[in-house]
Design a protein around this ligand. Structure first.
Ligand code: G6P
Length: 613
């Protein structure tokens, strides 16, 4: 939600900031703006995409070696020019960009208005710009101290960058609850700031992930990191493992398609080096260090949002089958406000691509306070969720930029499979042979996905037939019920066609009423324990005139006499079938969205990383 980027050094700031904003645009794209310091403080902002901002700055003075920029996902106030960031203080001397929500902004604003402040926007952010100036003037503080003092009055989440006309060599940044990464440039005194590391990758490999409650002050070419209480901190400098190729489309028309095609590799990277087939040993720090607790846990609670929640639903089947653990799967946003009953022998596992989803973080925090062991399964290295976890595992899918999650989902399922097997081993609920057999099959999945990707042409033809449908129904049972949910989510996210995922047998308790000849029904009917039952559900749809697109196991020619279309995918064992079966559903939604002229990588109203509740 909202992307922020800033630069201070000797280079021209504008191109660095704008390029950074383009890399962060997946976080929000309803308006964008920049502030540049070159003696004077210049601010340009524009409703729309970063490209619209660039267009509007043509011919303007964009010089300056200090600059910051913002791409917005609206929370307070409509997406328009006035509400776009940066926001200015009352005098116009201080500029701020902000990601997060200032919950007590209305109270702060009232006080400031009573002291004569005039506001130009409806945003919570503008209040903070005014507050900093108010504190500076009334308490006679230097800029950095005024920022600290102001932040102490703020309730809510923020990552901010502040520039001031009166302090032309300064840049102040701070975070609480929203991410902020600092890149250390090659030249002395050169620093980059961004919501995540992607804009930094082309300039530096040395990064610092600011901790909550920290403030970075760059002053006269030196950076100091302090706590909000003014205690100097010693930051840990991480080595960044991102390469530029991962951040480009690499010849694909959209990031989403590139990421769909990357799945043979991303799944491989998710399990690579984590299981030694000659010894049967899992090499995962969380399993090694927490073996004693894992042997004794009584319950597993999986937490996530959106697609990550769907990965949790697949994992429910995996952990119950393999580790024989009672499992609950929770929407983080519900769990955190429910006063859940938790015990110290519960294991809570948060699943997140970005590692920054506000609700997931809050749910983890609650679980920790209630003394559960908390694991994180996360894609973005160094993000907040792994840092808040006791242990966990990275999914290693590489950067996912398309807003609709694809490879992150299959990597999450892969890592959750490893954890389920590893915990099964610790709890002795599966034999070493059985574990080895599943692992052998997991190692065949990348090749099977390669084959599933060859279905692309068939899916283009199917998309042509169904792109104008108003509704879609997705049905699956067992391990493939979450795949139906995920298939429906993909379609509605990027094509804006209403779609529902349902457990196939549950259809007769409601959705069956919707079925007529205009309703395409995608049924996952690959070989499984429930295959015959799914076939009966298909008959129920066909009896009511629905159009059935069935995903079946390769070689299944029987079903074609009952259904309108079959999509044959390589066969695998049922617990791993979500990995393969997701592929045609991803491709179907992708092509339908493209044919409907939708912006696949940046669907309306959505953001990739939801850092507000
Ligand atoms: C947003 C994204 C989804 C994602 C969800 C959870 O809604 O658009 O693709 O599944 O957040 O995000 P996380 O980063 O926690 O997996």
């Amino acid at each position: 939600m909202c992307g922020i980027v800033a630069y201070i050094g000797t280079k021209d700031a504008y191109p660095i900031v704008v390029k950074g904003l383009q890399r962060l645009e997946y976080r929000g794209y309803d308006s964008a703006g920049v502030a540049l310091m070159n003696g004077d403080l210049k601010v340009y902002k524009k409703q729309g995409k970063v490209a619209d901002l660039q267009e509007s700055t043509k011919g303007q003075d964009t010089t300056g070696n200090i600059g910051m920029g913002h791409t917005r996902w609206a929370t307070h106030g409509a997406p328009n020019n006035e509400n776009a960031h940066p926001h200015l203080s009352n005098s116009g001397n201080i500029a701020i960009i902000h990601n997060g929500i200032i919950e007590n902004f209305a109270t702060l604003k009232e006080g400031l208005e009573a002291r004569g402040h005039k506001f130009q926007s409806e945003t919570d952010t503008e209040v903070l710009a005014h507050l900093i100036e108010d504190v500076m003037v009334n308490s006679n503080l230097e800029l950095a101290d005024a920022v600290r003092a102001s932040l102490k009055q703020v309730i809510g989440a923020y990552a901010i960058v502040v520039l001031s006309k009166d302090n032309p060599e300064h840049l102040i940044a701070a975070r609480k609850g929203s991410p902020l990464v600092v890149g250390i440039g090659e030249e002395a005194g050169e620093y980059f700031f961004a919501s995540d590391a992607t804009p930094l990758a082309e300039y530096t490999k040395k990064v610092i992930y600011l901790n909550d409650g920290e403030i970075a002050i760059v002053e006269n070419k030196e950076m100091t990191i302090k706590s909000i209480d003014n205690v100097v901190q010693t930051p840990y400098i991480h080595e960044l493992e991102l390469n530029l190729e991962q951040l480009e489309k690499g010849g694909y028309p959209h990031f989403m398609l590139k990421e769909i095609y990357e799945q043979p590799k991303s799944i491989f990277d998710s399990y690579r080096g984590r299981f030694d087939s000659s010894t049967g040993v899992f090499h995962m720090r969380s399993l090694e260090e927490y073996a004693k607790q894992l042997a004794e846990i009584k319950r597993l609670i999986l937490i996530g949002c959106g697609t990550s929640w769907h990965a949790g639903l697949v994992a429910e089947y995996l952990f119950e089958d393999y580790a024989r653990l009672p499992v609950e799967v929770e929407y983080a946003s519900e769990f955190r406000y429910r006063n859940p009953v938790l015990f110290s022998d519960d294991l809570v596992m948060s699943i997140s691509q970005s590692g920054e989803t506000a609700d997931t973080l809050a749910a983890m925090d609650l679980a920790k306070r209630k003394s559960a062991t908390v694991f994180g399964v996360c894609n973005v290295v160094g993000s907040s969720i792994p840092r808040l976890s006791d242990a966990g595992a990275y999914t290693h899918a590489g950067p996912e930029i398309g807003v609709a999650s694809t490879k992150a989902f299959t990597s999450q399922v892969t890592v959750l499979t490893l954890l389920a097997l590893g915990i099964a081993k610790i709890r002795k609920t599966m034999s070493a042979d059985k574990i080895a057999t599943v692992m052998q099959e997991l190692e065949r999945i990348p090749e099977k996905i390669e084959k599933a990707l060859e279905l692309n042409d068939q899916l283009i033809e199917l998309s042509k037939l169904y792109k104008d449908a108003k509704n879609f129904l997705y049905l699956g049972r067992g391990y493939n019920f979450p795949v139906a949910l995920e298939g429906a989510l993909k379609l509605k996210e990027i094509s804006y066609i209403h779609a529902e995922g349902y457990p196939a047998a549950e259809m007769k308790h409601g959705p069956i009423a919707l079925i007529d000849e205009n309703m395409p029904v995608v049924v996952i009917a690959t070989n499984s324990e429930h295959y015959e039952k799914v076939v009966s559900n298909i008959q129920e749809v066909k009896a009511r005139g629905g159009k059935v697109i069935a995903v079946v196991s390769e070689g299944n020619k029987d079903l074609s006499k009952w259904v309108d279309h079959t999509i044959e995918v390589p066969e695998t064992i049922e617990p791993l079938s979500p990995l393969v079966n997701s592929i045609p559903l991803q491709l179907l939604s992708y092509h339908i969205a493209v044919m409907r002229g939708c912006n696949v990588d940046q669907p309306r109203n959505l953001a990739k990383s939801v850092t507000v509740e």
